[in-house]
Design a binder for this molecule. Structure first.
Ligand SMILES: [Zn+2]
Length: 318
């Protein structure tokens, strides 16, 4: 299908954790040995914005060191490409939209374990450019329980202080990976809309990483943004998951009135299984085509680009 170009926003990838494991990998050259997301593939995808998550593997020390090493890799191996434009403010987003060929790059934190409850560390990460943060990965830490922690606890006192400080600084809060109780605690504690950077509908695919209908409704009512993800286990309990299954999650969120609050969070480089025909950014046009067969072009454009960018223009610091 021919159309005016639809540029792509992707709100979650794990390139940095692969670079942390093997700093010889290249993001800038098409090093497909291990990376799903590379600069050539982002160009192929007509990407306009990519969030790079700082995710420190479970076996690694819960300190600031691997977090800072990941940010160093982001500066040296991602931002060194002239196309990549560091996004830290609403003004950066506006400038990005006026600059053809530029690809915005934002830093997010996936799991705040290494901060060890010290908000000075959060302020340092903000100074380094981190603009979105998930308090936990799948397990419990000082701030909250993650979704696979069986006791299912909510936010701790320190976790609430983290939410407050993120609100004050202008760091977007990410609820993907939180336990159900921590999700609700966070929604209550925050004064700003939250994002779910990479989560789907649990009523369609019963995985605990997905959001219940009540959670989706509450997140939308609070002005938040949901990134439909391509993690096959969150897309369908059938194997292999298909692009058509991804569409069902889009449809679900639209049914709740979320068509202007929907985006994508691929989780490329964080997964070792894929939705059929959707294995790297260069294949996202297949999802685009499938959506265009079902929704008006203007709406599809908002799913891929406008919803996320207008949210960022509204909620990133000036
Ligand atoms: Zn994740």
């Amino acid at each position: 299908m021919v159309l005016g170009n639809v540029r792509k926003v992707d709100f979650h990838c794990d390139v940095l954790s692969k670079l942390l494991e093997d700093p010889t990998l290249s993001f800038i050259q098409d090093d497909q040995r291990k990376l799903d997301v590379t600069l050539p593939r982002l160009k192929q995808a007509e990407s306009v914005f990519q969030t790079f998550a700082v995710y420190v593997p479970e076996r690694t020390d819960k300190t600031m060191v691997p977090i800072l090493q990941s940010i160093d890799l982001f500066y040296r191996k991602v931002l060194s490409a002239p196309e990549m434009t560091f996004i830290r403010t609403a003004g950066d987003v506006k400038a990005l939209q006026r600059k053809p060929g530029a690809i915005g790059a934002m830093l997010s934190l996936e799991g705040a374990d290494g901060l060890q409850g010290d908000l000075a560390m959060l302020r340092i990460l903000f100074a380094l450019g981190v603009r979105a943060a998930g308090l936990t990965w799948n397990h419990a830490n000082w701030g909250a329980d993650g979704v696979l922690e069986h006791r299912g606890g909510g936010l701790t006192k320190k976790g609430r202080a983290f939410v407050e400080e993120c609100n004050r600084l202008g760091i977007l809060l990410d609820v993907s990976h939180l336990s159900d109780r921590a999700f609700w605690d966070m929604l209550q504690a925050t004064v700003k809309p939250v994002i779910a950077s990479h989560s789907n509908s649990r009523s369609l695919c019963p995985h605990p990483r997905n959001l219940t209908d009540e959670q989706i409704k509450a997140l939308l009512a609070a002005g938040g943004l949901i990134g439909v993800t391509f993690v096959p286990q969150f897309v369908s309990s059938r194997v292999p998951a298909e692009i058509a299954d991804v569409l069902r999650h889009v449809e679900r969120i639209c049914e709740f009135g979320g068509e202007r609050q929907l985006m994508f969070g691929s989780d490329f480089d964080g997964i070792d299984r894929y939705v059929n025909d959707l294995t790297h950014p260069g294949e996202v046009h297949r999802l685009l085509d499938a959506l265009l067969a079902k929704y008006p072009e203007a709406l599809v454009k908002s799913f891929f680009e406008e919803n996320a960018l207008s949210f960022l223009s509204m909620h990133l610091p000036r």
